[in-house]
Design a protein. Sequence first.
Length: 72
Amino acid sequence: ALKVSVPVTQLAKWKTTIQMVAIAFLLVGPAGDKIFPLTTQIGLVLLWVAALVTLYTGYDYFRAGLKHIMDE
């Protein structure tokens, strides 16, 4: 069994932050629109941004892991 450690990237940390902020906006939801307009829409946009960053970072981790498998 391979025991390989792939370090967490800064972009992955940013992705997690974006997800948490998106969830906060979505939890506030329509009630927040009275205080700050477009709360739900901002949450959805941030969630989609996080999804796109997830695809990129996932591919990046896959490439890093594949190098270790090919070297084995």
